[in-house]
Design a protein around this ligand. Structure first.
Ligand code: PEP
Ligand code: MG
Length: 313
């Protein structure tokens, strides 16, 4: 991780020419949330609710969930927070939902929102708990679904969330099909956030858990950047908000590239906020656009990093 020489950032996120880029945090617990508030996060861009229940043998009750979520959201009264519905399965098995795990290819199986569509009661109880936590915490809550492949799935989730009383609804873009149908997805939700960890896994057919495939699962790969450019172009046409909440969002050198591709918010681990904030504050939006062009035409990740570093100075 690149460190900025002068850690001067104190929020909010903006480019050198004052274009606001919301810098928010990825959290999985109340402790994470407190550190994020301390570090100057403008809100939460990804609350991984499944992290609260990795050891749960039985489904937590609606009221237990409401309490747990309120504790996490309570660090951000009046601020935007994005709560992700349970992303169970594959690398994040939940004993009470995914059972013994007998699927031959769990990364391609019934996971994320697909599980929510089978276990609608579990999803509805979680949505009710999230709506309750908005009232308890005073945070401005959005809900977001993981592992969405089609606009139909996005619309189904949005209806369900709105029926539970949650007015702001988004989906994660982490399956290539969702990038290719982005315009239709934008019609049925209020925002999207790119999960670059899974998006890379599915673009390169490379298991994200395998260190030996890390050179493929690299957000600087031209194929991944081109997909993000496709999404960014669709978003700019309609002024649609696009966040990134995968690990890529915490790479300070990549942040200007992502902004140049059309990304309007970045969500990362609290420890990355100041270096990303500093880097963005020193680049104009024209420099971000140029960094994106340079990265897109680079032949490989090493060349892209070197050329962008050179361009941004
Ligand atoms: C992602 O896939 O990039 C993401 C942010 O979600 P997770 O890492 O929890 O799958
Ligand atoms: Mg993911």
């Amino acid at each position: 991780v690149e460190r900025s020489p002068e850690p001067t950032w104190s929020g909010p996120g903006r480019t050198a020419d004052d274009v606001p880029i919301r810098l928010v945090a990825n959290v999985g617990s109340a402790a994470d949330s407190a550190s994020a508030a301390e570090a100057g996060a403008e809100g939460i861009g990804l609350f991984r609710t499944e992290f609260c229940y990795l050891d749960a043998e039985t489904e937590p009750t609606e009221s237990a969930q409401r309490t747990a979520y309120s504790e996490v959201l309570g660090a951000f009264p009046g601020k935007p927070v994005v709560v992700r519905s349970l992303d169970a399965g594959s690398d994040k098995p939940l004993p009470f939902l995914t059972g013994a795990g007998t699927e031959p290819n769990p990364a391609l199986g019934v996971r994320g929102l697909r599980l929510g569509r089978v276990e609608t009661g579990v999803l509805d109880r979680q949505l009710a708990a999230i709506a309750g936590a908005e009232a308890d915490s005073g945070a401005v809550v959005s809900v977001m679904a993981p592992m969405v492949a089609t606009a139909e799935e996005a619309a189904w989730f949005a209806d369900r969330a709105r029926a539970a009383g949650i007015s702001r609804v988004g989906v994660m873009i982490e399956i290539p099909a969702a990038v290719l149908t982005a315009r239709e997805v934008f019609e049925v939700v209020d925002f999207v956030s790119v999960g670059t960890n899974d998006l890379a896994q599915y673009v390169f057919a490379a298991d994200r858990m395998l260190g030996s495939l890390a050179t493929l699962n690299d957000p600087w790969q031209p194929a991944l950047l081109r997909l993000l450019a496709t999404l960014g172009d669709a978003a700019r046409e309609t002024g649609f908000p696009v966040g990134v909440c995968g690990e890529a969002a915490g790479d300070p050198l990549l942040a200007p590239v992502l902004v140049g591709l059309g990304v309007t918010s970045l969500s990362m681990t609290a420890g990355a906020l100041s270096s990303v904030g500093n880097r963005l504050a020193s680049a104009t939006s024209a420099q971000c656009a140029e960094a994106a062009r340079i990265a897109l035409r680079s032949p490989d990740p090493t060349a892209a990093r070197a050329a962008v570093r050179e361009s941004l100075g």
